[in-house]
Design a protein around this ligand. Structure first.
Ligand SMILES: COC(=O)[C@H](Cc1ccco1)c1ccncc1
Length: 130
């Protein structure tokens, strides 16, 4: 009912704020847009579920996420894909992997610090009821 829509609206505001802060962080520039398939023709042969920060924002606005957990699954794809596609010892691969790990740690720190457990539980209840 309307209380539920108010909770989901607050969730979207929180997720947009987190995504915006990640997008503004210069370390995460490579994660802000989809990997360019013209530039990397084999990318979709290796990575089955591409994800990036701009797509997160689109998903939020399309009401894809009813819980923070669902949002986290997509943010995990961003850094997991980077580790998988860039596994080599050359400096470029090491650099993107370091940034991927920074993204993982930063998202977890924000959620731990700023998400109220009771709020996430209410979102989970709404999800189960649908
Ligand atoms: C998330 O970004 C990536 O996985 C691409 C893959 C890539 C390889 C060549 C062009 O792009 C990347 C971008 C910047 N620096 C390293 C790798």
């Amino acid at each position: 009912e309307d209380q539920e829509e108010a909770v989901l609206r607050e969730l979207r505001l929180f997720l947009r704020n987190v995504t915006e802060r990640l997008t503004l962080d210069r370390r995460f520039k490579a994660f802000t847009k989809p990997v360019d398939i013209e530039e990397v023709p084999d990318y979709l042969m290796v990575i089955k579920k591409p994800m990036d920060l701009s797509t997160l924002l689109t998903n939020i606005d399309e009401h894809k996420y009813v819980t923070v957990g669902e949002f986290m699954s997509d943010t995990d794809l961003i850094w997991q894909n980077a580790l998988e596609y860039n596994p080599d010892s050359d400096p470029m691969d090491r650099h993107i992997r370091h940034r991927a790990c920074a993204l993982k740690d930063t998202v977890r720190a924000i959620i731990k610090d700023e998400l109220d457990e009771d709020f996430e539980r209410v979102c989970e209840e709404i999800k189960e009821s649908r």
